[in-house]
Design a protein. Structure first.
Length: 393
């Protein structure tokens, strides 16, 4: 799919094409995904909106115990050792880096399909090619993935870069291509994180409505540029006079003078040779109440994204209005973070040492970190007290 931004007919056609895609998103899932991926790289505004939502969490988390039987002394003795092993396992995930990648893809495309390399001292989350993945089921509140193994028919060279499971299942697919083209990946090592959890059957980019506004902005910017160019244009008229029906100068000589003048004119200044008077040509736009359509289009982008334009380009920002807007936006991001939490806890719980522990993400961000710190300080809760509380429960 080709995406263009500019003052040509292709851009206008693609704008209406995207509008048609949205009417049937299930059928046009890949086309919509291609559009938002392209726009993420082509539009600084779209990139900033996505990264604004990603930045609404600092991905801070704590490790807490679960399902502790305090009457079993053997469990209590092994708890400290298992807690240390679980902490090591969690730290090996490098959550703050890998979870940001997941958030970016989810906010841009809706679904992040993942498989994990679980090694002794490292857990790496690898993104799967979205067009070859589907959500097959829900297990422990986490989406499972089914994979189209025909992907490796053309990409066999990448097979060594996938976990061993893929090699085994691809060999099975080669023997029965029709029956085993789509195969469920093993959980908990594979999972899907979806922004629009209420739409299970297909991916629908959360900010797809912004794309049309971005094309409108490009159209208005082109119009404004054209208007500015016209307003700055000048026209010099060299008049060839006439007396008693005779030219005041030989036409050939006059034309040579005019051509010499035209050769040294800057690009925005034109010249003509005329035997008759010419009225002034004015390209300036009139109207005192003219509305800045570019500014309107920019505000429309943020409106479509559901965020306040005060965050990016408005000098009249109200602190209270900004805080309320950010809190509303933060709930969208934190919803995805909780899905990541479920997937990671399912993975942790399958480890022999991790069945009695889980991670819990804190709903904090650069915008409310001070507020969260004051809350913890006022409640005067230390981590050890928090940990002991969960053991008692």
């Amino acid at each position: 799919m080709r995406i263009a931004i500019g003052n040509d007919h292709a851009a206008t056609a693609l704008k209406f094409e995207i509008m048609e895609y949205v009417k049937d998103p299930a059928k046009n899932e890949q086309a919509l995904r291609d559009a938002v991926i392209y726009m993420y790289g082509a539009s600084s505004k779209f990139y900033r909106i996505i990264q604004y939502f990603v930045g609404l969490t600092d991905l801070s988390y704590i490790l807490v115990p679960k399902n502790i039987n305090t009457e079993n002394k053997n469990v209590i003795k092994s708890l400290a050792n298992n807690r240390l092993k679980t902490l090591t396992f969690v730290n090996s995930m490098n959550i703050k880096t890998q979870a940001r990648d997941i958030l970016t893809v989810c906010l841009r495309e809706d679904v992040y399909y993942a498989t994990c390399w679980v090694e002794k001292d490292n857990v790496t989350i690898q993104q799967l090619p979205s067009q070859y993945c589907k959500i097959s089921s829900i297990e422990e509140n986490v989406a499972n993935v089914t994979f189209d193994f025909s992907y490796f028919d053309r990409n066999a060279k990448y097979l060594p870069y996938y976990p061993k499971e893929f090699d085994t299942k691809y060999k099975a697919y080669q023997k029965k291509k029709r029956e085993l083209r789509w195969q469920d990946l093993d959980s908990p090592n594979s999972f899907a994180i979806k922004a629009n959890r209420d739409i299970k059957n297909y991916a629908l980019p959360p900010l797809i409505g912004v794309l049309v506004s971005l094309y409108d902005l490009a159209d208005y910017q082109d119009l404004k540029l054209t208007q500015t160019e016209l307003e700055n244009y000048a026209l010099l008229v060299m008049k060839l006079g006439m007396t008693d029906g005779q030219w005041d100068m030989d036409f050939k000589k006059a034309r040579d003078f005019w051509m010499n003048l035209d050769d040294v004119m800057p690009e925005q200044v034109g010249s003509i040779l005329s035997p008759m008077p010419i009225e002034k040509i004015d390209f300036k736009h009139s109207g005192a109440s003219d509305t800045d359509k570019v500014a309107e289009a920019e505000n429309s982008i943020f409106t479509e994204a559901g965020v306040s334009s005060l965050l990016f380009n408005n000098s009249k920002a109200s602190a209270n209005a900004l805080q309320l807007s950010i809190k509303a936006d933060q709930s969208l991001t934190f919803g995805i973070v909780k899905s990541i939490e479920d997937a990671l806890n399912r993975l942790i719980g399958k480890q022999s040492f991790g069945k009695n522990f889980k991670i819990t993400f804190i709903d904090s961000s650069p915008y409310n970190r001070k507020e969260m710190a004051e809350k913890i300080y006022k409640e005067n809760i230390t981590f050890d007290e928090y940990y002991a509380y969960y053991i008692e429960k």
